[in-house]
Design a protein around this ligand. Structure first.
Ligand code: NAD
Length: 499
């Protein structure tokens, strides 16, 4: 997609009149109690929109309609090819509205428009298309059994899937959750994050335009502790597909236990290591890719490689290279300027949280070699500069806790085994990267690292076939890939007595 000249994106942003009402049963409507909440642009502090604030009553209505539509079979029993056509048309419509999606997410959460154009929007289109193409590629089985019986196992949709999404990739996370659930034949109620709800509402409108039946895909923005909680406690909901923090992810299991034992998939936080072994070639190129894996999307990435484990003899040289790469590649600025590589964080509240992590690292004796200035940015904005620490021990808070901002901790290791031990000595287990020319060391590390995804001599590369998932406190779930479709179904055993 083109990234237009600076100025055009501002013009598009000024002209946008986003849908701000709840989508329930194919109709946009205000919240039952008329409440609204303000969405704030973190670049300027100005309001973007007043959005209908869904509460428990709205969620009850949305889930009961979604359950009714599921039982009616308007979607769950629709001829498969028709379902494929509607989802394929939805993917096309998302591509046609790419500029609007790009501007909505950039305005609400500060992501650079260039990233929206090169990552979020194309990946969302691809996700919807992949799930549409995949829906008849998952199958039940017919196991061999005794004479006199026929045993077949059906794969059936679950019913209503409640999707609860974070703000860091607003459109893409919605697509990752909603597309497999719909493709498998479920009805959906989506509760997007408070800080970035507008692209989810547009996605809902486009589903209707694509020919999706009313009430099959409902979108109810609102506070997590009210609307999200009501959704996760609903007895009409068969599964919660959640992406967000580990703390709220834990809640999802409690809500399931306290209601109807619904299925839960949870994609949670991370503190992922990027390991640089001593034999690595072209340290400058490695530093550039490590910087991308750390500072892309302002570091507001679950899989951000925030623990940089460097072979001790390379420490000084690598820390300096990484600092240089960060300085040249990640300059905070206006996210609607296509040349900008780093926008503000999502909100002032989150900025203060990230600054708190930085202050703790300094108190614990970390040496800040990059970052820290706040004065070049307007008071109302939520910018945090790329920040790097050396002098970090693996037990310090900055090496253990997820910051979810542009902050990296550089830690020395004494060889491959020590590096893997340091990498695994953390409660999270989402992703890891390893940089080396030693084939055996790379594959041994890939085998031994306690996480859901490993990149060798790269970071964050992938395709739709890749299961996106964590281990340990990074959760339990499968996004992307055919597993996401399978996880949106359950099996049913049918035993036929033939004699
Ligand atoms: P969050 O947990 O605060 O919120 C996520 C969603 O949960 C939001 O929609 C929110 O409204 C809702 N929510 C909050 N409290 C709730 C409650 N009590 N009951 C029900 N719903 C509730 O997370 P966030 O700040 O939006 O996102 C950042 C987090 O998401 C980070 O930890 C990041 O690592 C994680 N994340 C993980 C992945 C992954 O694939 N593993 C991807 C993106 C983000």
């Amino acid at each position: 997609m083109d990234t237009k000249a600076h100025g055009n994106w501002h013009a598009i942003a000024r002209a946008i009149r986003p849908e701000t009402r709840l989508l329930i049963d194919g109709t946009f409507r205000p919240a039952a109690d008329g409440a609204t909440f303000a969405s704030i642009n973190p670049t300027t502090g100005a309001p973007v929109a007043d959005i209908a604030c869904g509460g428990a009553q709205d969620i009850d209505l949305a889930t009961s309609i979604a359950a009714k539509r599921f039982r009616d079979g308007v979607w769950s029993r629709m001829p498969l090819r028709r379902r494929v056509d509607i989802l394929t048309r939805l993917a096309e419509l998302v591509a046609e509205h790419r500029e609007t999606f790009a501007v909505l997410d950039t305005l609400e959460m500060g992501k650079p428009i260039a990233e929206m154009c090169s990552i979020d929007v194309p990946a969302s289109v691809l996700t919807i298309r992949f799930m549409a193409e995949g829906l008849d590629k998952i199958a039940g089985t017919c196991p061999v059994t005794n004479d006199g019986a026929l045993h077949y196992i059906l794969r059936q949709p679950l019913g209503v899937v409640g999707c609860i999404t974070p703000w860091n990739y607003p459109l893409m996370m919605a697509a990752w959750k909603v597309a497999p659930a719909l493709a498998a034949g479920n009805s959906v109620v989506l509760k997007p994050a408070e800080d970035a709800s507008l692209s989810a509402l547009l996605l809902g409108r486009l589903f209707l335009e694509a020919g999706g039946p009313d009430g099959v895909f409902n979108v109810v923005p609102g506070p997590g502790g009210v609307a999200g909680k009501a959704l996760a406690l609903s007895h009409d909901v068969a599964k919660i597909a959640f992406t967000g923090s580990t703390a709220v992810g834990r809640q999802m299991y409690r809500y399931a236990a306290d209601s109807n034992l619904k299925a839960v998939s949870a994609e949670l936080g991370g503190k992922s290591p990027q390991i640089i072994l001593e034999d690595v070639e072209n340290l400058t190129k490695v530093a550039a890719t490590v910087a991308d894996g750390l500072f892309g999307n302002q570091g507001e990435v679950c899989s951000a490689g925030t623990r940089i484990l460097v072979a001790r003899p390379l420490m000084e040289e690598f820390a300096d290279l990484l600092r240089q790469e960060a300085l040249t590649r990640y300059r905070p600025g206006d996210p609607l300027d296509p040349a900008t590589t780093m926008g503000p964080l999502v909100s002032k509240t989150h900025q203060q949280r990230v600054l708190g992590h930085i202050a703790t690292a300094v108190e614990e004796g970390g040496r800040r070699i990059l970052g820290g200035a706040l004065d070049p940015y307007p008071e109302a904005s939520a910018f945090v500069e790329p920040t790097l620490f050396t002098g970090v021990g693996n037990d310090m808070a900055i090496a253990r806790n997820e910051v979810f901002g542009p902050v990296g901790a550089i830690i020395a290791h004494d060889g491959p085994d020590h590096a893997v031990a340091l990498a695994n000595d953390n409660p999270y287990g989402l992703a890891a990267g390893i940089w080396t020319t030693n084939l055996g060391a790379a594959h041994r590390a890939a085998r031994d690292l306690e996480c859901g995804m490993v990149w060798i001599n790269g970071y964050m590369n992938g395709d739709m076939s890749q299961p996106w998932s964590g281990w340990k406190l990074s959760g339990r779930g499968r996004d992307k890939c055919l597993d996401a479709l399978v996880d949106s179904t359950h099996s049913k055993s049918v035993w036929v007595t033939l004699e």
